[in-house]
Structure formats: C-alpha cells, structure tokens
Design a protein around this ligand. Structure first.
Ligand code: MCF
Ligand code: ZN
Length: 328
C-alpha cells in the first residue's frame, strides 16, 4: 500500500492557515474586501520569509468576519483533511480573529465552528478538537483575553491552549499567567518553540509554561541536554517538515532534524501547519518522508500511535481514534 494513504492523526493545524487561497479570494470577492497584494500570479499566497508570512496570514484573515464565515471555513478545511485520510485533527483557533478576544463573541464563533465539525463528523466520521491559541507578537496582555476565552469554553471539545506567532519577540515565560489560567481550567498545553528561537526557547516553554507538547521544536537538536530532557519528560514535538522547509527553518527535508530527533528517542509527530501557504498536504508530507528517509508503513503507524497518544482529547475519543487507525 502507498503510505501516503494511511489513516492519519494531525495535531498541528491552524484553522485560518488551512484556508485554501481560492476560499479566501472568494470571500474577499463576496465582501468586496481588497486583499489583492497577498496572492502570487498563479493564485497561491505570496510571501518570502516568516515575517511576511505572518503579515499575509493576518491579511487573509481580514475576510473572515463572522461566525458563518468560520463555519464555511471549517467545512472546507475538514474536507481537505478527509481528502488526506486524516481521521482526527486538532486545530489551533484564534479568539483574536473570532471576535477580537471578546468572550461572548468567541462563544458565537466557537458555536459555528463546532456546528461545522459536528456535521462533518456525522457525515464522514472525521473528529476535530480545538486549541485556542494566543498570538505571541500581540503580547502577554492580549494573550490573557485569549486564555480567558479558552478557560471559559474548556471541555470535551476545547481541549488545549497554545501560542503561535513571532517567536523572536518576548520570552515564553512572559505568557505564564495565561498558560497557568488555561492549565487551571483543565486544558492541555502546547507552545510554538524551537522554530526560530533555538533550543533556549524550547527550554523556556517546558520550564516556564509547563507545556507537554511543543509546536515545531526542531531546533532542540542543537542542544544534546535538551534532547535528553525531551526524551525523559516524554514531551511530544508537533513537527511540520514542509512548513520548516518552506519558511527556511531547514534547507531541505534531507537535512531536517526530524529523523535525528526520532532516532534519539524524542516523540515526534507529523503535521502540515498551514498547508495551502506551504503548498503541502498530509499525503505529500508522508510521501516525501517515505521517499527521503525510506520510512515504511510501520514507521508511519508508529508516528500515528505517538500522535494518538499525545492527542488532547478524552480517553473515549482516543479509543475511537485508535480504532480508526486500526491500532491496538
Ligand atoms: O507555525 C506557523 C509558523 N510559526 C508561528 N506561527 C504560526 C504558524 N502558523 C500560524 N502561526 C501563528 C500566526 O501568528 O498563529 C496564529 C497566526 O496569527 C494563528 S493561531 C490560530
Ligand atoms: Zn504552527
């Protein structure tokens, strides 16, 4: 069998970042919003580096203006997940883009997103869970509003709290108040680290925020003591190889740290991050890893078992995911 068609778990997918460019263009057209500068002549998203990526991402989100827009977005994103055999997906959601951090607005957006997810699950069996995520470059004060939205809606669907954005600004520990609030509400924690901020940023995330998963985390490879610590603490890395190559975190997949980290015993998983931005899909990620590293179906089953075990959902849901993966 072709490994790219295996059933998959995806733990690191930004909801707006998964919006196909054509979807955003269509909404811009419907709403008469001018976001012309963000597309390449052939219709993809246009950016040259990480900072430009963040700006294009935020420009694209300007057309997402209502709960209904997010309902449509979620339906479109889950269709793409299903086309890639993803059976369980955890998606980063942004209370900033869903009502500007206001709790009652967030509840309405969340309701719409959950409607779309429930319909996709009823019709096709795909399971989605949400991780409200603060945006690091907006600073710790704004993060508190996001954490409050997350804490107030924590439950069997909102299962985690995270942080993305520009890792070069501030320190992980600046956001400890928000992560503590989310933790007290029973949410599981993850933060983007070790994508741009080196091993030091990963240390901060595990020491100062007490996260159990790391978004990216690949620069941990620079510090053998950190690698040992990640193995000992069973911290799971949400690795997004295609994203890292597209943004220049790694030069090529062949020189990407995922294999070395995995061989060192670190728990690694594979995700797409923002697939249309990076011209990737889950199937393509698997295909490339199989080709470049000679990874077999057993390797991918192992990655999915790690991802299922690290999912932030409840145990009953995990059981259903394992069944879909045909894993014990
Ligand atoms: O993982 C990629 C690249 N590294 C850091 N941040 C992000 C990535 N994709 C989206 N983000 C950020 C971005 O700031 O997450 C936020 C965006 O505004 C959305 S969280 C639903
Ligand atoms: Zn990400």
């Amino acid at each position: 069998m072709n490994v790219s068609q295996l059933a998959k778990v995806e733990l690191h997918l930004h909801l707006e970042g998964a919006a196909p460019a054509a979807f955003i263009r269509q909404l811009a057209h419907e709403k008469n919003v001018d976001i012309g500068g963000i597309f390449t002549p052939d219709g993809g998203y246009d950016f040259e580096n990480f900072i430009e990526f963040l700006a294009v991402y935020e420009a694209a989100t300007q057309v997402l203006q209502s709960p209904e827009d997010f309902q449509r977005l979620t339906t479109a994103v889950l269709a793409e997940c299903m086309a890639n055999d993803v059976v369980y997906v955890e998606s980063f959601l942004s209370p900033e883009f869903c009502g500007g951090g206001d709790l009652s607005a967030w509840r309405e957006y969340l309701h719409a997103i959950r409607e779309a997810a429930a319909q996709a699950e009823r019709q096709h069996g795909i399971i989605m869970r949400g991780i409200p995520t603060c945006i690091r470059h907006l600073g710790p004060e704004r993060a508190k509003a996001t954490a409050r939205c997350a804490a107030e809606t924590a439950g069997d669907w909102i299962v985690g709290f995270g942080m993305g954005g520009d890792e070069m600004q501030g320190r992980q520990g600046d956001f400890a108040y928000s992560f503590d609030m989310a933790h007290e509400a029973g949410l599981h924690l993850t933060s983007h680290a070790g994508e741009w901020g080196g091993a030091a940023s990963v240390w901060q995330a595990i020491e100062d925020l007490r996260v159990v998963r790391i978004g990216h985390g690949v620069q941990a490879i620079e510090d053998p003591a950190l690698v040992t610590e990640l193995v000992a603490r069973e911290i799971v890395l949400e690795v997004c190889p295609g994203s890292n190559v597209a943004l220049g975190v790694a030069k090529t997949l062949a020189t990407h740290p995922i294999r070395a980290l995995r061989e060192a015993g670190v728990k690694v998983t594979v995700s797409t991050d923002d697939p249309p931005f990076f011209s990737t899909t889950m199937r393509q990620e698997y295909q490339s890893l199989a080709k470049v590293y000679d990874w077999t179906a057993d390797d991918f089953r192992d990655l999915n078992a790690t991802a299922a075990a690290a999912a932030f959902c409840d145990e009953a849901t995990r059981g259903r995911v394992l069944e879909k993966l045909e894993l014990p």
